[in-house]
Design a protein around this ligand. Structure first.
Ligand SMILES: Cc1cc2nc3c(=O)[nH]c(=O)nc-3n(C[C@H](O)[C@H](O)[C@H](O)COP(=O)(O)OP(=O)(O)OC[C@H]3O[C@@H](n4cnc5c(N)ncnc54)[C@H](O)[C@@H]3O)c2cc1C
Length: 482
């Protein structure tokens, strides 16, 4: 009887999993394996919130596999060594996995494939994470795209050619090789800070599908307006499920298209939602073609940008104590739940990189450690876009004003009151700019600036001007570049 290894990575699902489907097609016995090898992630080793999610998701995957007749074998890396050993122990002849695009993992997988093939193992990898491979969508000159709109136009033209998602296999058979217990991988925090995460999320394939269905039923029709409202459950909140591959983008596409069949009113929202999935594709396209951008700006002029490097400002931002309520609310939402609304991500990133002139990498690192959806492609794009140094970036002079952003996107100030209880009694007119409120207004709300809530750490108008001056200095190429 032939045996195949299915190497699970960030594709922690059984439905629409091309590697698993190939294994089931070609072998009678399946060994499902996860190899924990954080040192192979390179400089971007998974952070604490990601590890929390990974623990839960592996536990769910193991349960789902057991219900079908096999279990998840956990091993500790190096990956090449463990997969070779497992193939020997189980007499497996085939190894299947779904591709990842983080530069360090691409390098690891490339050499792993060569080494394991040399040992006689048949190795094959698949696309389980993206609608299109990053190298399949190119300009007519055969170059990578740097601008989103034409990229997505080219991508959209291919949507109808994508394979239909396949259901999970009903039964699986296979040996039960030696494995490690999940607890020894050290994924959970030593100090229990994770209660908010557990209250907010249901990791695992079932949780992902429940979220997708709920979004298609209740959220999709209003997504066009709701997606920009941090006070409402207006976006899908599928990002950590997509990052860990508990759900694939093809499944999202199918579910959304299905949902609009009977509800033509939701069509425009469905297009907008698919466009956001398009940004995810674009982020992976950029990561593949410009792998240096995880650590260096795509726009090389920004290598000379005079960042301010003020540790106390970075810390105030991290702790949600900048004195700008929308920023502080976002940073506290992030700390409590491991997630932050997209609009607020842009506002906090703009304040950090422009008004506070801290390097986008410092912000990206903090997000990396605290987000449950921390994703090297999306995070790099998000930070470089907001800082103005990436592909198709927001122009540098677009500096988000946290006061105006709160007025526009949190009209009833519900988001601010949820995350900043110390300001909750301030009237709508002042809660997003308490430093401009009069003493009687502050007194009546029990707010004492500098004591119960910080004063703004910079002046918005002056720091904006300083940022623009700093940008003007790098705009022109230096003499030696000419
Ligand atoms: C500074 C900054 C950092 C970010 N870091 C991450 C990150 O580490 N991981 C991450 O998944 N997203 C990141 N984003 C993108 C975006 O904020 C999140 O994907 C989104 O908030 C997730 O919420 P949702 O699932 O409700 O999104 P929805 O609006 O429901 O969108 C559906 C899906 O599309 C994808 N998507 C949406 N917006 C974007 C985008 N701008 N770029 C790439 N993909 C997108 C996500 O997979 C998302 O789940 C970042 C954005 C910024 C501005």
């Amino acid at each position: 009887m032939s045996t195949a290894l299915v190497w699970f990575r960030r594709d922690l699902r059984l439905a629409d999993n091309p590697a698993l489907a190939a294994a089931v097609r070609h072998a009678e016995r399946i060994v499902a394996v996860y190899v924990h090898a954080p040192e192979e992630d390179g400089a971007w080793r998974a952070g604490a919130a990601s590890n929390w999610w990974l623990y839960q998701s592996l536990a769910r995957l193991d349960e789902d596999l057991r219900r079908r007749g096999i279990r998840l074998t956990l091993r500790r890396g190096p990956a090449t060594r463990e997969l070779a050993a497992l193939a020997r122990e189980t007499s497996a002849t085939h190894l299947y996995w779904n591709r990842l695009y983080d530069p360090a993992l691409v390098a690891r997988d490339t050499s792993l494939k060569v080494e394991l093939r040399a040992l006689g193992l048949f190795c094959e990898s698949f696309n389980g994470a993206l609608l299109f491979e990053p190298w399949d969508v190119l300009t007519i000159q055969g170059q990578p795209y740097r601008v989103f709109t034409p990229f997505w136009r080219a991508g959209q033209a291919r949507l109808d050619t994508l394979p239909v998602p396949v259901p999970a296999p009903e039964r699986l058979r296979g040996p039960a090789p030696r494995g490690e217990p999940l607890e020894v991988l050290g994924l959970l925090p030593h100090v229990a800070w994770d209660a908010g995460l557990a209250k907010t999320w249901t990791p695992g394939e079932d949780g992902a599908h429940a979220r997708l269905l709920e979004f298609c039923d209740d959220g999709l029709a209003a997504y066009d307006e709701g997606r920009d409202r941090p006070d409402l459950p207006g976006s899908s909140r599928l990002s950590p499920h997509l990052h860990f591959g508990e759900l694939g983008p093809r499944q999202c596409l199918a579910a959304v298209r299905n949902a609009v069949v009977d509800r033509p009113v939701a069509r425009s929202s469905a297009e907008t939602f698919l466009r956001e999935l398009g940004w995810r594709e674009f982020a992976h396209h950029l990561l593949h073609h410009f792998p240096q951008t995880t650590d260096a700006p795509l726009d090389e002029r920004f290598a000379r940008f005079p960042w301010a490097r003020r540790a106390e400002w970075l810390e105030a931002w991290q702790r949600g104590r900048t004195g700008f309520p929308l920023v502080d609310a976002g940073m506290r939402e992030l700390w409590a739940t491991g997630w932050m609304h997209n609009r607020v991500r842009m506002v906090v990133a703009s304040l950090l990189t422009k008004n506070l002139r801290q390097s986008w990498l410092a912000g990206a690192r903090w997000f990396w450690d605290t987000l449950v959806d921390a994703d090297l492609a999306n995070n790099t794009l998000g930070w470089q876009w907001t800082a103005g140094c990436g592909a198709d970036a927001a122009p540098f002079f677009r500096i988000f004003n946290p006061v105006l952003q709160a007025e526009r996107h949190d009209p009833r100030r519900l988001y601010l009151r949820r995350w900043l209880p110390e300001l909750a009694r301030l009237p709508d007119a002042w809660i997003h700019r308490p430093w401009q409120a009069t003493a009687p207004v502050l007194d009546a709300a029990g707010v004492s600036l500098g004591s119960t809530y910080p004063r703004p750490i910079v002046d918005l108008a002056a720091s904006r001007r300083e940022a623009l001056d700093a940008y003007a200095r790098i705009r022109e190429p230096v003499a030696s570049d000419r």
